[in-house]
Each structure stands twice: as C-alpha cells, then as structure tokens.
Write a protein that binds this ligand. Structure first.
Ligand code: MLC
Ligand code: AMP
Length: 505
C-alpha cells in the first residue's frame, strides 16, 4: 500500500463522519467528503486523459477544491505540480516548458492570459478552478462518480514536483515520491503527537511544502481537523485561535501575532502546540512569545527537496535559535563544505541530509542532481553546527538566498531581471533584516548615467517579469559596488552597510 492516499485513507476511514475542515464560507467538509470528492477529481483526471505519471500543473488560489485535486492526483497516480499564484506569465512559461504537464489548472480570473500563452508554451489543455468551487474543472469533477479505485504506486513513484530556484540557472523541479511524503507525514504525526482530536489552524499557502505536506498530510494522517483560512490575516487568526489546538506558521505569523494587543494566554488557552519553520525564528521572538502565552514555539527545519529534517522535541527543551534534532530515521551530518568530510562536533559546516524524506532528484536534470549529493547525502547549502545534546543550529547559508516572509528569493534571478534594464550598469541584490518579513529584498544599483536615481523606473520594469514577493522593497543607488580582488561583489559588506535600512525605533 505505497500510494500515499491509500495509506492516509486507511487511517482516516475510521473517522469518515468526523470533520476534516471548516471552510471560510461556513461549509464543513467531513472525511466522507474527502473520500468522495477526491474520487471525483481522480475520475475526471482519467477522463481528461491524464495518465499515470503525467504532470498536473495547478496555479489557483488556496481552496479546499485545490486540496481535493491534490488528493485526486495522488489517487489517479498523476504528479501534482502546484505553482504560486504570484508567478507572472513569463515565469510560468518556463515551468510549463520544463514540466510539460498534460493539464494546466488556472484560476478563472487569469484563464485568458494562460490561454494566450498556451500554444507558445506547448500546453495541451487548460481548465479552470476557482476558490469558491467554480470553473470548468470543478464542473467536470462534480459530475464524476464518488468512488474510485486508487491506483497502486511504489514508494519511489512520483507524487509531486515542486519548483525551487537556485543560485545559478533556472528553477529546478524537485521530484517527491509517495514514500518521501508518507515517511515525513507519519514521523511528524508521531513526534508532534497529533491525534484525531486535533484542530489545526491552517493559514499557510498550499503550493509549498509547509502548508501542503507538513500541515495537510499530518492532519490527514492523524484523522484530525483543520480550520482552513484563505491566507494569514492577523484578525481572522486571532478569531479562530480559541477553537484550535495546533498552529503551524512561518516566523512572520508569530511576529504579527505579537503585535496584537489582545494576543495573550487566555486566547491560546485551548492550544497545545505552535510550530515554526521555513525561515529562522529570532530567539527574541521565541522568548517574547513564551512570556506572553506560556508556549515555547517548536521550531523545525526543512526544505522543498527534503521535507522536514529536524525538530525541537515535543517533550523536552525547545531551545531558541536551534532547529532541534534530526527526525527519527533522518541522518544529518555537518560536513566540510569543500570536501564533504564530516567535521568534529561543534564545528560549523554545511548541513547534509540522508533518509527516506530526501527527494528523488531534479526533474530532467541528472547532472544538477548528482552535483548536490555526496555519499548519498543531499547537500543543503545551509551552514550549521550541532551541540553536545544533538541540537542543530543554522548559522548561515552557503547559497546566496534571501528568505522573505518564508518565501525564497534567489538574488541571481532578481539581478538578471534588473541587469537587463538600460538604465542599469551593475546591480547587487541582498537581503536586509526586516522587522516583519525577517529579511527583505534590496537592490543596490550602479546606474549607467551619473545622477540617475529613479527607483520607480526600476520597479515598474519588473512588474511583469518577477512575482511581487521577489521585487525589491527598496532600490538604492551607488557609484560603485564593493568588490574583492577577483572582482566579485562583496555582499557581506553591502549587507553590513545597509543593515539598519528597515530598523524601527
Ligand atoms: C506577500 N508579499 C510579500 C510576501 N508576501 N513580499 C515579500 N515577501 C513575502 N513573503 C507582498 C504582497 O504581494 C504585497 O504586495 C505586499 O508584499 C504586502 O503584503 P502583506 O499584506 O504585508 O503580506 P501578506 O499578504 O500578509 O503575506 C505575508 C505572509 C505570506 C508572511 C503572510 O508571505 C505568507 O503566507 N508566507 C508564507 C510562506 C510559506 O508558506 N513558506 C513555506 C515555504 S516551504 P503589494 O504589491 O500589495 O505591496 C519551505 C520549507 C520549510 O520553506 O521548511 O517549510
Ligand atoms: P525552500 O527551498 O523554500 O524549501 O527553503 C528551504 C530553506 O529554508 C532551507 O534550506 C533553509 O535555508 C530555510 N529554512 C527552513 N526552515 C528553517 C528554520 N527553521 N530556520 C532557518 N532556516 C530555515
């Protein structure tokens, strides 16, 4: 029984009359609805000619229908490929050309734009799915039968592809198997002591590992329920907290909650666990949260390519500034970045990961895959150390990456887009500490003509090129960038120079 859906269903089948999700429009989904609706989507995919192993690209707003489509893909043996709705048409064209999906599911509001791109990108078929359950795909699914024999799959067969950018070249599709996702879902369920009585407050997007796999699969694996919010809005989250038992979020969620006057012990009296990940949780935030609520946030560490790797303990010390110990079954080594030689305990090196959680490689990029593994370990690009008790701390990144509000932005991609502009001679893109987002994207530009200093021109030129979250929060101008003897831009120096750009108070 290696199809992830079959495993999850075997567990939740005892709870068919229990609630799976309370939806924003007041509707309630029971596990029986999950079973029936995912069956309808699986049938519909098959009727549309989506075969086993075919990719289904999905760029829609967060909705329960999207989750049912995800489960339908698992059941039909198709490969689910979710995409951030913020991606521009230019960014999408690349994903489509690379993944060659046999079906593209778009939001009804942007279907026309997708249609225009369709032949250029070689898209076979476009259907629509709206957040309220409208659209051509939902209509087809609703006519399909509510029972479906889930297609058998092996542990190593693909369940999903998630695109992740890199420091060089274009984005890569991380191939995740049924076995990868199942191992992580059950490990986390047990470690974090999820049960059918849990109610997860779900405010994360569902096109990434955190909201889709960690939050949703763990809930399904435990037969628990979720309060399914369309996005993180502080007021709505505060209103829902008294009914929840668990919340998962990026650090920005916790920073925003601490900014609310009414956020106190009473509000979270019903909660048993707050989990943070996807970006570093500042120790100050951890401590302030504990002082205000009595809850020590449980920080864990993951990646698109590996799912979750480490977690602070459920029972035991949750130490601020650490991401905890390797998960059961997951091996972590701290290695010399140059040689891969394991380093003595306490030394800082690159974090490398091996285990059933680690992905199957990058879609159609065997060389890139091979370059990111050694001795069977995936080279994370994160720099860390391990203390005597086994707690891992992330102290930096080997990769040139900015994490803004839990979304990854690769400076190389932003630099390329800005560097193409006529007004620009040179550009360096850096992450600067930001009180809300953790880090914010900043571009430092050397203009072609002396005296040119117009951030609006740069900003407007990026609107159609880059998703909003990748666009710089600030554009700064300078006559020259600091460089080393090799002519390489000294980003550390630039970051230091502008470190107080967003400082408050
Ligand atoms: C939104 N904007 C962002 C942004 N999110 N800009 C930079 N970084 C972000 N993360 C843009 C909006 O488009 C908007 O543009 C402007 O910023 C102001 O938006 P906002 O209203 O303040 O932001 P909001 O919509 O509230 O979103 C912030 C957020 C959201 C933190 C709630 O970004 C979010 O849900 N992040 C979660 C990311 C996540 O799930 N990551 C998991 C990756 S998986 P304008 O034009 O209107 O000004 C992974 C593995 C692992 O990393 O370990 O989990
Ligand atoms: P992604 O490619 O979106 O999956 O992002 C993965 C990256 O997010 C990791 O390589 C880390 O750099 C970062 N990350 C995830 N969780 C944490 C955490 N708890 N603390 C620090 N960084 C984290």
């Amino acid at each position: 029984m290696s199809n992830l859906y079959s495993r999850l269903a075997a567990d939740f089948s005892a709870n068919l009359d229990r609630v799976f999700a309370w939806l924003p429009d007041g509707r309630v989904l029971q596990y029986a609805d999950v079973e029936a609706q995912s069956a309808r989507y699986a049938h519909m995919l098959r009727d549309l000619g989506v075969g086993v192993g075919d990719r289904v690209a999905v760029q829609v707003e967060k909705s329960a229908e999207m989750l049912m489509l995800y489960l339908g893909c698992l059941r039909a043996g198709a490969v689910f490929l979710p995409l951030n709705p913020a991606y521009t048409i230019g960014e999408l064209e690349y994903f489509i050309g690379d993944a060659e999906p046999s079906l593209f599911v778009a939001d009804p509001a942007v279907a026309e734009k997708i249609g225009a791109m369709r032949s250029a990108a070689g898209l076979v078929r476009v259907e629509t799915l709206g957040a309220e359950g409208e659209g051509t795909l939902a209509a087809l699914a609703h006519q399909a039968p509510p029972r479906f024999d889930t297609v058998p799959r092996d542990e190593d067969d693909l369940a999903a592809i998630l695109y992740t950018s890199g420091t060089t070249g274009r984005s890569k599709g991380a191939m995740l198997s049924h076995g990868n996702l199942a191992s992580n879902a059950y490990t986390l369920r047990d470690l974090w002591q999820f049960t059918a009585d849990d109610v997860l407050l779900h405010a994360l997007p569902i096109f990434h590992t955190h909201g889709l796999f960690v939050a949703t699969n763990v809930t399904l694996a435990s037969g628990g329920a979720m309060i399914f919010l369309p996005r993180f809005e502080t007021e709505a989250v505060v209103a829902a907290l008294p009914r929840a038992t668990v919340m998962m979020g990026v650090p920005t969620f916790y920073i925003r909650l601490l900014g609310e006057a009414g956020f106190d012990r009473d509000l979270v009296a019903h909660m048993r666990l707050f989990v943070s990940g996807s970006a570093p949780l500042a120790p100050d935030v951890h401590r302030e949260f504990e002082a205000r609520t009595g809850h020590a946030i449980l920080e864990r560490y993951g990646m698109t390519e590996t799912n979750m790797n480490t977690s602070n303990p459920y029972d035991g010390d949750r130490i601020p500034g650490t991401v905890g110990m390797p998960l059961p079954g997951v091996e972590i080594r701290i290695a010399d970045p140059a040689t891969g030689r394991p380093l003595p305990q306490g030394d800082v090196g690159v974090i490398e990961i091996r285990g059933p959680n680690v992905f199957k490689g990058y879609w159609r990029q065997p060389e890139k895959t091979a370059a990111e593994f050694r001795d069977g370990y995936f080279i994370s690009g994160d720099l860390g150390r391990c203390d005597r008790r086994g707690y891992v701390s992330i102290v930096g990144r080997q990769k040139d990456l900015i994490i803004a509000g839990g979304f990854n932005v690769y400076p190389a991609e932003v630099e390329e887009a800005i560097g193409e502009l006529d007004a620009v001679r040179e550009v360096a893109v850096i992450g600067i500490p930001h009180p809300d987002l953790g880090e914010a994207v900043v571009a430092v530009v050397v203009p072609r003509e002396q005296g040119f200093a117009d951030p609006a021109t740069i900003a407007s030129a990026l609107v159609d090129k880059l998703a909003r979250f990748k666009q710089p929060r600030k554009v700064l101008f300078t006559n020259q960038l600091p460089k080393n003897a090799m002519g390489k831009v000294q980003k550390a120096e630039l970051r230091e120079r502008h470190s107080a750009l967003f400082a408050t108070g």
